[in-house]
Design a protein around this ligand. Structure first.
Ligand code: AMP
Ligand code: MG
Length: 399
């Protein structure tokens, strides 16, 4: 049976790359950049005043001039003035261009003003370039600011704006279809009979997708009926980039999903992974190019497989560069009995030093999703049997 790493590699190898679109910058948070962004100008683009105060020629103080005539006021956004003489100064505000002939700023708190003069404390040392953010000291014009493949969080969006980009090329958001299967499932809000259960997986899946920034999510429900499955899946394969199914992939008589997908021409890339929970996971590619993740229906398996495989795959399809999984240390010794790799739900406890430790929150089997409430995510543990010591460092996947 396939290992987790092999399954992950196969997904990466077969995944379609999503198209590029140009979006206004304000709509780009969370998107994956698909072009390089270069610096429009030096950064800062001019010698920038960083304190409210006076700009002066520092040589004046070295010559013992402690009273300087205030020549003018220059605010941020004003074109730069030029100092008339060394005996003068110019009142400046944070963000102003350093006036010509000046090489330093003395903060307003360190001067007194009277009779049109700024008075410095006698003997105070004024260093050349103090309180000046020198032109080009952060980046040079034309230097690479953001590389294609970067996921855009707040700083990156601000950087793109600073480079003058009104629109940028990012990955198109994938059109996702989340589809539950099963005759036993009843929608929340509707009356249910004792032998039925709530259709909860779809809500968990959609919540996870939205939390990770995916907005184009359609949903559907199909009964365990080959004909119904065929027609609904055909429709979704034609209209979506990625299908995320829940249920119907195990070995039961009514687990029809892999068979129907195959009948629709989908190529099975793998079925079953050496992991617990989530062993029956199915992944394939349809003739339309749509990728299909058929997740086992047990609620813990569904959420674990979604987070472990589907969400990283969606970012990879959007062109995001490789991401190193987060790691965490186990808070206590742990006996691993399973011969398969295990995904174990955990709480992240923060100790007195502020370090997070993974505290296991085992579920009562893969059907017990109530135990997942309040967990941070899950850790990935190697196949056993083994005794993992306290402090054993392992991958953490946050929901
Ligand atoms: P299956 O993978 O279809 O064999 O389902 C495995 C178990 O998960 C069964 O007990 C199902 O009732 C349950 N299950 C399947 N789909 C859902 C769903 N959408 N919400 C909650 N439980 C589900
Ligand atoms: Mg089922």
């Amino acid at each position: 049976m396939l290992s987790i790493a092999e399954a992950e590699r196969l997904i990466g190898q077969h995944l379609p790359c999503l198209p590029i679109e140009s979006l206004p910058l304000a709509q780009c948070s969370g998107a994956v950049l698909r072009e390089n962004i270069y610096s429009e100008r030096d950064q800062p683009p001019f010698d920038r005043v960083v304190m409210d105060g006076i700009a002066l020629d520092s040589a004046a103080t070295r010559e013992g001039m402690w009273r300087l005539r205030i020549q003018a006021v220059q605010a941020a956004g004003d074109p730069p003035l030029t100092l008339a003489s060394r005996a003068s100064c110019i009142e400046v505000m944070t963000g102003a261009v350093l006036p010509g002939g000046c090489d330093a700023v003395v903060p307003v708190e360190q001067i007194s003003v009277a009779d049109g003069e700024a008075r410095l404390q006698e003997g105070s040392a004024v260093q050349p370039w103090q309180h000046v953010h020198r032109r080009g000291s952060d980046t040079q014009q034309g230097s690479l600011l953001l590389a294609a493949g970067t996921r855009l969080t707040a700083p990156e969006v601000a950087i793109a704006a600073s480079a003058g980009a009104a629109r940028i090329r990012v990955s198109h958001q994938p059109a996702l279809a989340v589809i539950s299967t099963g005759n036993e499932l009843v929608e929340p809000g509707e009356a249910l009979l004792p032998h039925q259960i709530r259709r909860s997986n779809v809500y968990g899946i959609i919540a996870a997708l939205r939390c990770h920034g995916f907005q184009r999510v359609a949903e559907d429900h199909v009964r365990d009926d080959a004909q119904a499955l065929r027609s609904r899946l055909r429709f979704h394969l034609d209209t979506h980039d990625v299908l995320i199914l829940s249920g119907g992939v195990s070995a039961g008589r009514f687990d029809l999903v892999p068979r129907v997908l195959t009948e629709l021409g989908a190529r099975t890339i793998f079925h079953r992974v050496a992991q617990r929970p989530g062993r029956p996971l199915w992944f394939g590619i349809a003739p339309t190019g749509a990728a299909v993740f058929a997740l086992p229906g047990n609620p813990v398996s569904t959420l674990v497989c979604l987070r472990r495989y589907v969400i990283p795959a969606l970012f990879a399809a959007m062109g995001q560069g490789p991401v190193r999984p987060e790691r965490i240390a186990l808070a206590g010794k742990l006996e691993v009995t399973a011969e398969l790799a295990t995904f174990l739900p955990v709480r992240a406890d923060v100790d007195d030093e502020g370090l997070a430790w993974a505290v296991p929150c085992p579920t009562n089997g893969s059907g017990d999703f109530v135990s997942l409430g309040g967990t941070e995510g899950f850790v990935e543990l190697p196949p056993g049997p083994a005794t993992l010591p306290r402090g054993f460092v392992t991958r953490l996947y946050r929901w």
